[in-house]
Design a protein around this ligand. Structure first.
Ligand code: SAH
Ligand code: SF4
Ligand code: F3S
Length: 465
């Protein structure tokens, strides 16, 4: 009988990366994946605790499985990741039909935990620090959804203590992966057709600082090494913490032709009193200095930020300071979150005193402003040259492919026979249609003929999720 599992992943990109590892560990043992929850013998939820609504969604979906489990008690239900770490054994009280609670540092053992439950054990729970690093073994690429993009964990955990954030308590302290293991993984991905890697870490610019001093790698040294990996055209990274940005890193980014000049450096708030209450470790002026360092090295750099609105005690003036900061740093993209008190964090003890309507209003104001800023910036790229990584044929503009240029702006490129997702072309930015730039690839007749004759590699002609 085939054994089938259903895996649902929530939260940050690290969880999606972990999801690929979980999938690989089951596929390798002969399991098959199914989208149909009525078919699956094992149901896995890889979860997120960063805001309350992320957890409530999972509780809602778990509720839907109650009847299924009643009809067929042999099905196995596992809650994995940050919610498992945060709620621990209490999860069994609220969701008695759950069989496995598996923390974010233990998921490589999931197939064994499932076997234990199928062997008759009840309420299997594995939490906290693990003896082995999650990324100890060479990554099995068998769980990847084929595509030109790939995630690669560079470090796990977080050593910061932002007062609102659950991540350090659920994910633990920073553990950097050895540089050779990361490079080996990227090389193997490139051989499989990947052209764009996303390096992942909660404070990725602190990479290496927890490793022994002798021969210690850094994000700068890692970038220098990836530059030499054939096939990789673009390097993206999530997320930098302003405190760890230094000249060495700015220089390494500037000399890398592959590093995409589109970088998340979340500021969270533009108000010094709020930043202090958040214990972010910087004030706005310190943030400004780090951004200056980056922009001096890379004048075309575009930035992405996260913002929290409605932090306890945030006044109208504090909010206006965030709007002013959004303008000043001229972000190209922003993610705005309404403050959500998380049990166990420092700010949970304080009043969640900004009413929901006010949070929603501030949220909308920031998003509207972000849209306005992005719209004013993109047309300024017309007349310049860049590089585009093409993603897919554009639905709204037949005859064009959609992609982003090297510093993140949207761009459309007239189609050519032989185009495939993940290919990179030099482009002149000749126009702007109100949303995207229009590029011209300036390929020679010979290059066009060569492109048309080459059949795209099937490995990269599917999209990743
Ligand atoms: N390590 C990254 C962020 C990881 S969490 C950094 O420090 O920038 C992703 C985002 O979720 C954060 O940037 C923050 O904006 C948001 N976030 C974290 N905790 C939150 C909370 N309690 N309520 C609302 N948003 C939160
Ligand atoms: Fe959370 Fe702060 Fe760590 Fe980011 S740096 S994961 S916001 S504690
Ligand atoms: Fe969420 Fe955990 Fe990532 S709390 S944001 S899934 S590290």
């Amino acid at each position: 009988m085939t054994r089938s599992f259903n895996l649902r992943v929530f939260g940050c990109q690290m969880n999606f990366y972990d999801g690929e590892l979980i999938r690989a560990s089951f596929l390798k043992r002969g399991w098959v994946e199914t989208e149909d929850i009525n078919q699956a013998q094992v149901h896995m939820f890889h979860t997120c605790s960063v805001r309350e609504n992320a957890e409530e969604r999972v509780h809602g979906l778990l509720g839907e499985l109650r009847r299924l489990k009643k009809n067929d008690p042999s099905i196995v239900i596992a809650v994995i990741g940050c919610m498992a770490d945060r709620e621990g054994e209490e999860l069994f009280e609220r969701e008695p039909h759950v069989d496995i609670v598996c923390g974010s540092r233990h998921f490589p053992k999931l197939p064994d935990l499932v076997a234990q439950v199928q062997g008759g054990e009840q309420r299997v729970c594995l939490l906290g620090k693990a003896e082995e690093l999650v990324d100890e073994e060479q990554r099995d690429l068998g769980g990847r959804v084929a595509g030109y993009q790939a995630h690669v964990a560079v470090m796990r955990g977080c050593d910061m203590n932002c007062t609102y954030c659950i991540v350090p308590s659920v994910r633990g302290r920073v553990e950097s992966r050895p540089q050779p293991a990361i490079l080996d993984e990227i090389k193997r991905l490139a051989q499989g057709g990947v052209t764009e890697v996303h390096l992942l870490g909660q404070t990725i610019d602190s990479y290496g600082r927890d490793l022994p001093k002798e021969g210690r790698p850094s994000l700068a040294s890692l970038l220098d090494e990836i530059e030499h990996v054939d096939g990789i055209a673009r390097i993206r990274m999530v997320t930098l913490h302003p405190s760890y940005i230094d000249q060495e890193l700015a220089d390494a980014m500037a000399r890398s032709s592959k590093f995409m000049r589109f970088l998340p450096v979340p500021v969270q708030s533009g108000s010094d009193p709020v930043l202090k209450a958040m214990k972010r470790g910087y004030n706005l002026d310190m943030y400004r200095k780090r951004i200056d360092l980056l922009r001096d090295a890379m004048p075309d750099l575009e930035l992405i930020s996260d913002w929290i609105v409605g932090f306890p005690g945030e006044t109208d003036d504090d909010h206006l300071a965030s709007e002013a900061a959004m303008r000043e740093f001229s972000f190209l993209q922003s993610y705005v979150f309404q403050y959500s008190p998380r049990p166990g964090t420092v700010s949970y003890a304080g009043d969640d005193d900004i009413v929901p309507q006010q949070k929603a209003r501030r949220n909308h104001r920031l998003l509207d402003l972000q849209r306005e800023i992005a719209k004013s910036k993109t047309p300024l790229m017309v007349g310049k040259s860049s590089q585009i990584l093409i993603e897919r044929p554009d639905k709204k503009n037949p005859g064009y492919w959609f992609g982003r240029i090297h510093n993140g702006h949207y761009c459309l490129l007239p189609s050519r026979d032989g185009f495939a997702p993940g290919q990179v072309y030099d482009v002149d930015l000749v126009d702007y249609n109100g949303k995207s730039l229009i590029g011209a690839d300036n390929l020679s007749e010979q290059q066009v003929a060569h492109l048309a004759a080459s059949t795209p590699d099937p490995k990269i002609s599917e999209f990743s999720v």
